[in-house]
Unconditional design. Structure first.
Length: 367
């Protein structure tokens, strides 16, 4: 998952951050995010109760990124108990990303990391697990967040969430300990460690009803979910590159992979990544066009909000202080969608052909 949900947001003039790439999004812009600030306040208290590191005392005031992301997943009719469980899970995952998986010493302690991740995976998928005193607080907090959701969501949704978290954690550890991955190997891990189906499950939990199995498991729906997740992950790689390097984070970034494998300069790697991102956007549009006409209400909600996830991800990366120099006054989140300078008027490529990577090229077979 993107590790930007605990940051404060500054208001500023309607100009995009200097040097930020512009991204193509031709669908109608969604309305301003519905912001469940009361839920975010409860989530902040939950996070504090488990002793998670808090970067800023203002990180949960109205308009901040965790609140904004919940608003993009939901409507005013969404069950607030579901939103609370999702908020707790998001905070847990983001803290895990920052303090464990992205820790500068993570690669040097593989045995310790793998044991912790394996224990977490078992706890997350175990209803009725008995938490014990003195346990690692990531274990206890992750279990608690899952129990909040189990009380409100269907067993099918929880099975999907557990499977997605297992893929996320497994891929994160794999990527962390992969030396000089090929482009295909990196991409196959990146969309999974960024969130993979986890975001789709959270969107589904906020919808009118669970998406039926026959639709959820269809290749076209899975292609749409994975395509959008990789699209967002590539945006995140562009914006987080300098931060990762300055903090000594050990996992590779796609810009690293392109520079190593192709000998590209930094600017060339950014341009190549933007082009790949735009090809994924074009694919999502075609998958969306195929799926929407015959979709029932739950699937329509999922596909529509996958597009909103793209918007939310761009809003976060343009506005989060962690991705912008302290001297830069960034946009307020609500101003991004109405600022033309944030959005490319056309894609950087119109190439509709599959990207040449076996792990993802099958997505194009279903549009």
């Amino acid at each position: 998952m993107s590790s930007s949900a605990s940051e404060t947001v500054q208001s500023g003039p309607l100009t995009r951050p200097s040097g930020a790439p512009r991204f193509y999004y031709p669908l109608p812009m969604p309305e301003i995010s519905h912001i469940p600030t009361d839920v975010a306040t409860r989530v902040a208290a939950w996070k504090e109760s488990y002793g998670f590191r808090e970067e800023s005392p203002a990180s949960h005031i109205p308009g901040t990124i965790l609140t904004w992301s919940l608003g993009r997943f939901s409507t005013k009719e969404t069950n607030k108990a579901v939103l609370y469980g999702i908020g707790c899970l998001m905070e847990w995952a983001l803290a895990l990303d920052d303090d464990v998986l992205d820790h500068a010493e993570a690669r040097s302690r593989p045995s310790e990391l793998i044991r912790l991740v394996c224990e977490m995976m078992r706890v997350l998928e175990s209803p009725g697990y008995h938490a014990q005193g003195g346990q690692n607080f990531f274990i206890a907090a992750g279990h608690d967040a899952m129990e909040q959701l189990r009380a409100e969501c269907t067993p099918t949704q929880m099975d999907r969430l557990s499977a997605g978290l297992r893929r996320l954690l497994t891929s994160a550890v794999h990527k962390l300990h992969t030396e000089e991955p090929s482009e295909d190997e990196y991409l196959s891990l990146r969309f999974q460690d960024f969130g993979s189906s986890v975001y789709a499950v959270l969107i589904d939990m906020c919808g009118p009803a669970p998406t039926p199995d026959e639709e959820w498991n269809s290749p076209a729906v899975q292609a749409a979910v994975e395509c959008v997740t990789l699209l967002c992950a590539l945006e995140n790689d562009i914006f987080s590159f300098h931060k990762e390097k300055s903090e000594g984070q050990p996992a590779p970034n796609f810009l690293d992979v392109l520079q190593t494998n192709r000998g590209l300069s930094f600017d060339e790697a950014v341009a190549t990544t933007v082009e790949m991102r735009d090809r994924l956007m074009l694919l999502f549009l075609r998958l969306r066009e195929r799926l929407m006409p015959s979709a029932g209400a739950p699937l329509r909600n999922l596909v529509e909000h996958l597009g909103h996830l793209v918007i939310a991800n761009t809003e976060v990366t343009l506005c989060a202080p962690r991705y912008n120099p302290p001297s830069t006054r960034t946009l307020a989140l609500e101003d991004v969608i109405k600022t033309p300078a944030c959005w490319a008027p056309s894609p950087s490529t119109t190439d509709p052909s599959p990207l040449p990577y076996p792990s993802i090229s099958w997505w194009w077979d279903h549009c």
